[in-house]
Design a protein around this ligand. Sequence first.
Ligand code: IMP
Length: 174
Amino acid sequence: MEKIEVLFSEEKINERVNELANSLYKKYHDEEVVFICTLKGAVFFACDLLKKYQGDARIEFLRVSSYKGTKSTGKIELNLSISKENIQNHNVIILEDIVDTGNTLLFLNNYITEMKPKTLEICTLLDKKCKREVAIDPDYVGFEVDDLFVIGYGLDYDQKYRNLPYIGVLKKDL
Ligand code: IMP
């Protein structure tokens, strides 16, 4: 395996995910929430967050793809969809691994908004705010990151490294 520099340790991620789960519960505690996990990147984040979330929750999955290697192909494809009845009139929270240019999130936001949720918010583990190309911002952010290609805890480089328990940067990318 190539050399990896740790950016956020397992303990730090755990602590922050706990804080996010508590903030969300504070807002929604007496109402059910449909959490949408975006595959594959947000799967570790969604599982950990949902285990810590104390309110009524459902989970749905969406699969979108736009990246090859470390570059976005620019074309967003929806590979797995959700039926409208699971969204309409529900409180919905999109769980993202990372927001970069914002194109994927804008696409997802429009897709879900068309199904008329009662409320819609976005929670991302990582935010590369400095790379944003479109006007969309998440409501909840785990950590802000600089313009680096990060891996681990669900995030991949050509499908590798998703199983790392921490978030890091490949040394050659530093
Ligand atoms: P956006 O459409 O440019 O905001 O890209 C969002 C998607 O690109 C994320 O959901 C990730 O799948 C992928 N992505 C963006 N930056 C990184 C990174 O640093 N590491 C791994 N995947 C990334």
